[in-house]
Design a protein around this ligand. Structure first.
Ligand code: BGC
Length: 730
């Protein structure tokens, strides 16, 4: 009976909208007994209430400061949900995995993993294929440890230059973030491991993250952060969505009827489950507001989804059917992805993982400036490397995404903070020292190191070197926003002093966010390396020497000053923990480069900017339209003397008479010198439309597109499309 009802429900839902051909939301046919909906309904019907509540209540499976003790488990990680072995439902063994499999607080002594470059680095590659490959890598390492749910897939737009977790995310553009997150989730789940997509939504800053109320118009939200999530869901089909800590328009994100029930489940037809962030639930009523599972429940004031939820159901204040629905959602994702069948399999070739981490780090590096000094000539006799712990390793980002790499950290600087999570914070330096990699790359040169602690000493040695590579760092992390755009710890003074002593100065930035560069005119080159992960040192050497041609593009605008940005300080900075604040996202959907374009301001470096050691020509832009399918095509040619990749970027610059700036398509093309290729970009019609409160509407009129080297540097390649007014779907 239950199975029949579910089959009907599935049939009714099978019209689920396909707003973008090729990227349809999940449609669910119910033709066989292996159908996850049918199985989930049948298994759910066989559960006791005790088991239902168990499946909806996750916990932290290790001792955490300030938390009641827990039974020790084998293989602890960030979260766990007890399964129902009698019905073949495994424990959900959850690991953080945004940038690799984590080992929180070293709960699995000696267990290390591949640390991938930061999310911003991945986004900078503009390469969804790479995101899929790195997703597979993480899932393979997770599977080898028996983890079947990965807390991965951060797709919050990087609205602010200061966001402490921006390094985990995928930049400021909804198309780029959505496509990259979707590809990464697809990679993870192809290995039979469930991935989340997080943190739904507008978890844009860390300051007062538990009490900050993000205020935004619904249409602006749908056209920005929500669109990134929607695209990621359509492409990656994540088994679970993790809601954030913050409030959105007055309601906690994990108890937000509009976001969870209306947008996610009703409008988008999402069939997986919503899990809370750890410590983000405030009542049992969250279940009716759309939350399906309470995670890390000891971190909340109460284990809401156990006794309090039972009491609400018994009292008739929450319908029992909603309990069943939540459980079915968990089960259907587990079955759809195959996580119930997951068998731990060892990683057979760890060297391949290291090689991919190295390639990913290099692909994500962005050459911001080059006066011709790069790639470094191999006849340099003396090279001075300065600062950035380059003798030990590379900077990494702090927080739940922090990976413990092979061999452990190269160095640890305990920093601490004012409360909770930030108290535990530390700067962890990932091993793979740029110094060693540069020594290996220049066997004939004298490569030496100066810590940079005393700028004058560094300058004195710099004056005697053929060239100087300064590595500058900006540490960022969960619960910690940046409070200024300057490099911290006097590093600007250091770079000024070194550059004054030796004009052949190259700066490598290992930062979690944009920084200003008051010394920009005085240095010869700047390479943005982000947090490059456990193969970061060799990857930096690969790009500096030209072994890899840089092709990364900024996924985030670098402001020239804080006054240019929508917010010049983190709202609530300095207020005590627990202070309730409102953040008005006045820029609405004009996030990042769109804000700069709308105001006509020139940032330090624009979204999409990035230089190369070779040169490219892009020509012959044409648009075509067949039914709802809109496609752009262009020819890309490598006109230089080195092989490399070009990132084609297509911007909408005028929509029905209105000036706009929106990335509507991108493609990364690898080309040998002299080679050319025709590139096709399919345009998601939602990027040409606006949300009118109920649906996506395209205004009738002329739509003008330009190719760009960045959001600011538009090329003379233009195409025009005339569109009639209309709705996009269903
Ligand atoms: C973070 C999540 C993470 C969870 C479990 C929270 O503090 O916000 O991203 O998945 O902890 O570690």
């Amino acid at each position: 009976m239950a199975a029949r009802q579910s089959a009907m429900a599935a049939a009714l839902l099978s019209f689920a909208i396909a707003p973008f051909p090729g990227h349809a939301l999940q449609t669910y046919s119910s033709s066989s007994a292996s159908d996850p909906d049918i199985r989930a309904a049948a298994v759910e019907a066989a559960l006791t209430d005790e088991e239902r509540h168990r499946l909806l209540t996750g916990y932290v499976p290790f001792a955490f400061p300030g938390m009641p003790p827990v039974e020790p488990v084998v293989n602890p990680s960030s979260g766990r949900v007890r399964g129902v072995p009698r019905l073949g439902i495994p424990d959900l063994v959850e690991s953080d995995a945004s940038l690799g499999v984590t080992n929180p607080m070293g709960v699995r002594p000696g267990d290390t993993a591949t640390a991938l470059p930061s999310g911003l680095a991945l986004a900078a590659s503009f390469n969804p294929q790479l995101a899929e490959e790195t997703g597979k890598l993480v899932a393979a390492e997770a599977r080898s440890r028996g983890f079947n749910v990965l807390l991965a897939g951060g797709a919050n737009l990087t609205r602010d230059w200061f966001g402490g977790r921006n390094f985990e995310y995928l930049g400021e553009d909804p198309l780029l973030a959505g496509v990259m997150a979707g590809a990464s989730i697809k990679g993870v789940q192809s290995k039979g491991v469930v991935s989340t997509l997080k943190h739904f939504s507008l978890n844009a800053q860390e300051t007062l993250r538990d009490t900050a109320n993000a205020r935004i118009e619904d249409a602006a939200h749908r056209e920005s952060d929500l669109l990134a999530f929607q695209i990621a869901i359509e492409r990656g089909r994540p088994g679970s969505i993790m809601c954030g800590y913050n409030l959105v328009n007055g309601a906690y994100a994990c108890e937000n009827d509009h976001l969870l029930n209306k947008v996610l489940k009703q409008d988008w037809g999402y069939k997986g489950w919503v899990m809370s962030d750890w410590g983000a639930v405030h009542s049992a009523q969250a279940l009716v507001k759309g939350l399906d599972q309470q995670s890390g429940s000891q971190l909340d004031k109460q284990v809401w989804f156990d006794a309090p939820l039972k009491a609400e159901i018994v009292a008739g204040r929450i319908p029992k059917s909603r309990l069943s629905d939540a459980v079915r959602r968990v089960l259907r994702s587990v079955f759809a992805v195959g996580a119930d069948k997951l068998q731990p399999q060892p990683v057979t070739d760890p060297a391949l993982h290291s090689a991919l981490a190295r390639r990913a780090a290099a692909e994500g590096m962005v050459l911001l400036k080059n006066n011709g000094i790069l790639p470094l000539a191999n006849d340099a006799r003396s090279i001075l490397v300065v600062g950035g712990f380059a003798n030990v390793g590379v900077m990494s980002g702090w927080g739940s995404s922090q990976v413990t790499p092979k061999g452990g950290y190269g160095a640890v600087v305990p920093l601490g903070g004012r409360s909770g999570f930030s108290e535990l914070s530390r700067q962890n330096i990932h091993p793979s020292a740029p110094l060693a990699a540069l020594k290996a790359a220049f066997p004939k040169a004298a490569v030496s190191f100066e810590s940079g602690y005393f700028p004058e000493a560094a300058a004195a040695y710099a004056a005697k070197a053929d060239l100087v590579i300064v590595i500058a760092t900006q540490w960022q992390g969960e619960s910690i926003d940046a409070s200024g755009l300057n490099l911290p710890n006097g590093q600007n003074v250091l770079i000024e002093a070194v550059a004054a002593a030796n004009p052949n100065t190259v700066v490598v930035l290992e930062t979690g966010n944009p920084v200003t560069m008051p010394w920009l005119n005085n240095v010869s080159a700047v390479l943005q390396a982000w947090y490059p992960g456990s193969e970061g040192g060799p990857a930096i050497a690969d790009v500096l020497t030209g072994k890899v041609n840089p092709a990364g593009r900024l996924p985030m605008t670098f402001p020239a000053s804080v006054d240019q940005a929508p917010r010049s300080v983190p709202p609530g900075q300095g207020d005590p923990v627990g202070t309730r604040i409102d953040i008005d996202y006045v820029e609405g959907a004009n996030v990042g480069y769109r804000w700069y374009a709308a105001r006509g301001t020139k940032p330090l470096f624009a979204f999409g900017h990035g230089l190369s050691y070779t040169s490219f020509e892009q020509q012959g832009l044409a648009m075509s339209r067949r039914g709802r399918r809109i496609e752009a095509s262009l020819a890309v040619a490598n006109t230089g003397s080195r092989s490399g990749a070009e990132v084609s970027q297509l911007y909408l610059v005028e929509a029905a008479g209105r000036p706009v700036r929106k990335l509507v398509g991108f493609a990364r093309t690898e080309l040998e010198p002299g080679a050319s290729q025709r590139v096709k970009l399919e345009i998601d019609p939602r990027l040409l439309a606006n949300w009118d409160g109920k649906e996506w509407l395209v205004a009738g009129g002329t739509y003008r597109f330009r190719l760009g080297r960045s959001a600011e540097e538009l090329l003379d390649q233009e195409a025009i499309l005339k569109l009639d007014a209309g709705r996009i779907h269903p």
